[in-house]
Ligand binder design. Structure first.
Ligand code: AMP
Length: 443
């Protein structure tokens, strides 16, 4: 029987991985500008970490984790999200003693046993970041600005929803008021919401069921319950974002799924993704570090869904596949080993070279070169070889010219000769010159 990948787990093939490359390099660049450093975390953690951080009664912990008992009887879980691991590492390595403020980002796979559908997988990837050690409105606005810069650099149209979830002083009153409201609509709420009313009534606001949405249309909003410090904090976050011309929408229904959020919470929504259109979600979690056994240090963070963003980039056909710099077409066995040597020399010089076996016909090789989108083909034939020569075919202009192939010259000289730089000096591109070579959005 044919073995296939597990349902909800997928292969990212080269045509898609090109956009991942773009996303992750842009994230690294945008985050570095704001002083973030990467943290590389294990994918497997003790189950209790997530039970403690995310909350025993959340969908993730109750239904979605990949948990198994290891050979030593300990319960382990494939991480369903990154924040819990960042906090664990932060406490474990006493990072707060090294720096008053830690700005950390991570990139990697997460695992949730959800119902797979377009844009929703069981192994998916997140680019996430956390700031630990500050709770002022400026830092919240800064984090949102960084995300805005990231999406702008990718030229993706996203809208930003923000809300404040209050704090442990003001949220309990709101939660009780909302619960009472929910009880009054009990008959029309879905079964899930019945459970939510009991455990975390705020979540009835983000139920996707139409009946529940209608029933909660006039639900009390948290903005009316915020205490003065929370109100001022939220007002300042909004003012700073507006000052920087970031378009935000205050969405009182934005409550986020996890128990640990407080104050600023936000979501970035992309157009054109269908129902799974949330590309980034995050918020403040001031009590979490302490709850996890660390000092009372506030935090805020987010996670971006890589698959969904990659889908967007691809839908906009903005990723240009990278063509090799040169295709070397040997004709015959002797030419083959010469081609082999030239290819190696140029590759060592940082050029992208594709080549073929000398037993394939020239026609077949040219067809392949054409498909790869290369501009120049170096044809090495048996006869020319004696004279240390090759033929350069410019696939764009469809012209041929003869070239002296001198393996004692440097890779760059060789490549310059191939490209005939007297015609186009600016066409030289080498890997050492940086991002020029990688797949990138057309700008
Ligand atoms: P969350 O950690 O639930 O706040 O999710 C943050 C982001 O990760 C979401 O906005 C999605 O873009 C992405 N995401 C969450 N769950 C999945 C999933 N099962 N498959 C693909 N992307 C996901």
């Amino acid at each position: 029987m044919k073995i296939t990948a597990i349902r909800g787990f997928r292969d990212i093939l080269p045509e898609e991985s090109a956009s991942w490359q773009v996303l992750t390099s842009q994230a690294r660049a945008s985050f570095a500008a704001y002083g973030f450093h990467e943290i590389i975390l294990p994918v497997l953690e003790k189950t209790e970490l997530f039970a403690r951080a995310i909350g025993e009664t959340t969908d993730i912990v109750e239904k979605e984790m990949y948990t198994f008992i290891d050979r030593d009887d300990s319960s382990l879980t494939l991480r369903p999200e990154g924040t819990a691991s960042v906090i664990r590492a932060y406490i474990e390595h006493s990072l707060h003693q090294k720096e008053p403020v830690s700005k950390l980002f991570y990139i990697g796979p997460m695992f949730r046993r959800e119902r797979p559908q377009k844009g929703r997988y069981r192994q998916f990837h997140q680019i996430g970041a956390e700031i630990l050690g500050r709770d002022d409105a400026l830092i919240d606005a800064e984090l949102l600005l960084m995300l805005n810069d990231f999406f702008t650099a990718l030229r993706l149209d996203v809208s930003v929803d923000v809300n404040s979830l209050g704090c442990s002083n003001c949220r309990p009153q709101y939660r009780e008021r909302l619960r009472a409201f929910g009880e009054s609509k009990f008959a029309v709420l879905c079964e899930n919401c019945h459970g939510r009313l009991h455990r975390n009534p705020l979540r009835i606001l983000d139920c996707k069921e139409e009946g529940c949405r209608q029933a909660t249309k006039d639900a009390p909003v948290i903005a009316d319950f915020l205490c003065d410090p929370c109100r001022q904090h939220f007002a300042q976050v909004q003012a700073l974002l507006r000052q920087e011309n970031v378009l935000i929408t205050v969405n009182p229904r934005l409550v986020r799924g996890l128990d640990y959020y407080c104050r600023t919470s936000f979501e970035f929504i992309a157009l054109g993704l269908g129902s799974q259109n949330a590309v980034c979600g995050g918020g403040r979690y001031d009590g979490l570090v302490e709850q996890m056994g660390g000092p009372a240090i506030p935090g805020i963070g987010f996670a971006i869904g890589v698959e969904r963003l990659a889908m967007l980039l691809q839908a906009q056909e903005r990723i240009v596949a990278t063509a090799p710099d040169l295709f070397i077409a040997p004709m015959g066995e002797v030419a083959e080993s010469q081609a082999f040597a030239v290819a190696r020399r140029l590759r060592q010089g940082g050029y992208r070279i594709e080549s073929e076996s000398g037993s394939r016909s020239l026609k077949a090789q040219m067809r392949r070169a054409d498909k790869l989108g290369v501009r120049y083909v170096l044809i090495i034939g048996e006869n020319e070889l004696q004279a240390g020569k090759g033929t350069i075919r410019d696939m764009q202009t469809k012209t041929d010219r003869s070239l002296a192939v001198d393996l004692s010259s440097s890779a760059q000289d060789l490549m310059n000769a191939i490209r005939d730089t007297s015609d186009q000096p600016s066409a030289i591109s080498r890997q050492s010159e940086g991002a020029e070579h990688s797949s990138k959005p057309e700008v």
